[in-house]
Design a protein around this ligand. Structure first.
Ligand code: BG6
Ligand code: MG
Length: 223
């Protein structure tokens, strides 16, 4: 029944949100305003240019497209410098064991990320080989909550959405999974991700069995 798991990257596999925050904040500061870590929640799962639009709105700025592109590029250079120092020990707790659990059950694994830097992050943390399919911001034309990124991942694996569980830390990502007809597992707080079929705080001590039971209310063997 469940043949594959599709993972978001930022906030699910690794905490890159702190680096996005650092780089965007530096940009905002250069533009003469500031924003908080709580504000940063609104940027999770949101594409680079849409994130910039939200930040400029916070600063009360309206800028021409050419300048916006230049600002987004500047932020991205800072972000790339930060992720280039990432190490495998930044993989979030339990993720490696969870991926091994999936492998032992022949559940296939894909990545579905809004980030155009997904490949670089996977390279820095040494997880490139763990994902059979990687769909990222370079492959998509529509952002979450549109389900395109997960649909492309499922298509590449050859499964229908109802055969896949999507793991997401962003509200927009859960909305995308549900809109596409996927099972959705939230990674984070139930208050934010309550629309998902199940919510876990993270992968520490979590097995595929736990997720399956939580979504379907029965053991995988009973299917
Ligand atoms: C998402 C992050 O995964 O990728 C967002 O949650 C980010 O915060 C988006 O804006 C795009 O990332 P990038 O690396 O292409 O700028
Ligand atoms: Mg995320």
């Amino acid at each position: 029944m469940i043949k594959a798991c599709i993972f978001d990257l930022d906030g699910v596999i690794v905490d890159t949100a702190k680096y996005h925050f650092q780089a965007w904040r530096r940009l905002a500061n250069e533009l003469g305003f500031d924003f908080t870590e709580a504000d940063n929640e609104q940027l999770k799962g949101v594409s680079r240019m849409e994130s910039l639009d939200i930040i400029l709105q916070w600063g009360g700025l309206t800028l021409p497209e050419t300048e916006k592109t230049e600002l987004a590029d500047r932020k991205n250079e800072w972000y790339k410098a930060l992720i280039s120092h990432m190490q495998p020990d930044e993989i979030l707790p339990g993720v490696t064991a969870f991926l091994a659990d999936l492998r032992s059950r022949d559940i296939r694994v894909a990545l579905g990320s809004a980030s155009k830097n997904a490949g670089a992050v996977l390279g820095s943390i040494g997880l490139v080989d763990q994902f059979e399919v990687v769909i990222d911001g370079r492959d998509t034309t529509r952002s979450k909550p549109d389900p395109q990124v997960f649909q492309l991942a499922a298509q590449a694996l050859g499964f229908s959405p109802s055969e896949c569980i999507v793991f997401e830390d962003a509200e927009s990502g859960i909305a995308a999974a549900l809109a596409g007809g996927f099972y959705a597992a939230g990674v984070g707080q139930p208050e934010v991700l309550g629309a998902a079929h199940c919510v876990i705080p993270g992968f520490a001590n979590i097995t595929f069995n736990d997720i399956f039971v939580s979504i379907f209310n029965r053991q995988p063997e009973q299917v």
